[in-house]
Ligand binder design. Structure first.
Ligand code: 2IT
Length: 447
């Protein structure tokens, strides 16, 4: 297989699906060498099969807003790959959602889920519904209308959605309520990220951020460093950024920036517990403004409009918001300001040129599919608890999450160690995930 040829074919077939093409290109470049050492992969056309989703559901979602006006959105579920388990992955509600975005996310999810050590295939879904400025009632009616279509496509052994950008505990609650009514079954295993009193795993809300910090700590330890005392810049202020802030502070680091679509909040003395508690309040308001933090904590947080978190001096950068949020120019600015580590927490948060710059300028870099896998891994733990009708304590879940993140780090080191002893975490994560999925596909025949 030649990455160039496959990419040329995909570009001709899916012109304009830029995020999808970007995600595929990165994985193919990483695995090309090892793939070509295995003629059995080529004979079974593993790559050609793996880059296409198994199926995509597209549906219209119609709901009524607070003014009584009828609104129409599009909903999707991309079931990407089920070689190692039922389809699993989040739902994204964001105005920019397209099939390309969900295909990239579903593709990434397939490899990420393979890294978690748990039996989960890859999927993603969502809608171009824009939560910004919506009331709680509007959010509820949209979630209900969305589930009215989605429920036929999902099931505990079939496909298990969860949250992503724009979908948190509140939205999962509204969707589960509707699912239960339609299916006439208390089938908790059909969604993850549920409330703790009705089948949700303790620590699922924190898990993506906590897991990312455990991974970052392991990467630092591998390189003779520790997170304590380090200055960290974080982008976003949603669920993932919130969990990352909590664990960073717990491990003794100082979070000196958070950001939003409107700009950055610089926090020279480090984020406090009160500020961290305010982050979910900001999210639930649907205002989408990080400036609210500076307004609430004047003197502690300084807001600058139009600037990114990457303009703030830090040791470690943690992108926690959206794909392609960190460009080559941002990477250069970070490096010039003394940053020496970037762990990508958002899915494909760094542009390819930024990753290339980090890797060739002495900045440790690890990709989202390894760093953020603690979220979906804890969803996998939630599925196990639901199947057994039990609930583990926070301590039990945290221990399992810790173990899983260690295993993901070890897989990256195993497959990503270069002849000079350095670790290419991008290669490591991609090859480890690929080998697991490809082997399962081979063993299950041509289907
Ligand atoms: O990108 C992700 O891994 C998620 N949004 C979480 C998916 C999940 O099923 O928990």
């Amino acid at each position: 297989m030649k990455t160039k040829d496959i990419m040329a074919r995909l570009q001709a077939k899916y012109p304009g699906e830029n995020e999808y093409l970007q995600a595929v290109q990165e994985v193919l470049e990483s695995i090309e060498e090892i793939y070509n050492q295995h003629p059995e992969f080529e004979n079974a056309k593993i790559v050609e099969r793996m880059v296409e989703p198994d199926r995509i559901f597209t549906f219209r979602v119609t709901w009524v807003d607070d003014r009584g006006e009828v609104q129409t959105n599009l909903g999707y579920r991309v079931q990407f790959n089920s070689a190692i388990g039922p389809y699993k992955g989040g739902l994204r509600f964001h105005r920019a959602v397209t099939p390309s975005m969900l295909k990239f996310l579903g593709f990434e999810q397939t490899f990420k889920n393979a890294l978690t050590t748990l039996p989960m295939g890859g999927a993603k879904g969502g809608s171009d519904f824009d939560p910004k400025g919506k009331s709680d009632g509007e959010i509820m009616r949209f979630c209900q209308a969305f589930m009215y279509e989605l429920w036929q496509c999902i099931g505990p052994d079939q496909d298990i959605p969860a949250g992503d950008v724009g979908v948190g505990g509140r939205e999962i609650g509204y969707m589960y309520g509707m699912y239960k009514k339609l299916a006439r079954e208390y089938n908790t295993g059909v969604l993850t990220g549920k409330g703790a009193t009705w089948g949700g795993s303790i620590l699922r809300p924190e898990a993506t951020g906590f897991g990312a910090l455990y991974f970052t700590q392991q990467l630092l330890h591998k390189h003779g460093q520790d997170i304590a005392g380090k200055r960290i810049a974080i982008s976003g202020f949603g669920n993932v950024a919130w969990g990352a802030c909590k664990k960073a502070v717990e491990l003794g680091a100082k979070v000196v920036a958070i950001s939003g679509p409107d700009g950055v909040c610089e926090i020279p003395d480090g984020i406090t517990a009160e500020m961290i508690d305010y982050m979910p309040v900001m999210r639930l308001s649907n205002r989408d403004k990080v400036q609210d933090m500076a307004d609430k904590f004047p003197g502690q947080a300084k807001f600058t409009a139009g600037k990114k978190a990457w303009s703030v001096k830090c040791d470690i950068a943690l992108p926690c918001a959206f794909q392609n949020e960190l460009s080559e120019a941002d990477a250069k600015e970070l490096k010039a300001n003394g940053t020496w580590c970037c762990c990508e927490v958002s899915n494909m948060g760094c542009q390819p040129e930024a990753i290339h710059y980090f890797q060739h300028n002495g900045v440790y870099f690890a990709p989202g599919k390894a760093v953020n896998a603690g979220g979906v891994a804890t969803s996998g733990l939630e599925m196990t608890q639901n199947a057994e009708h039990i609930s583990w304590s926070g301590k039990e879940v945290d221990e399992k999450l810790h173990f899983i993140m260690e295993s993901i780090h070890a897989q990256c080191v195993k497959y990503g160690t270069q002849p000079d002893g350095s670790v290419d975490y991008v290669k490591g994560a991609n090859i480890a995930g690929f080998m697991k999925v490809a082997t399962a596909m081979l063993e299950q025949g041509i289907v």
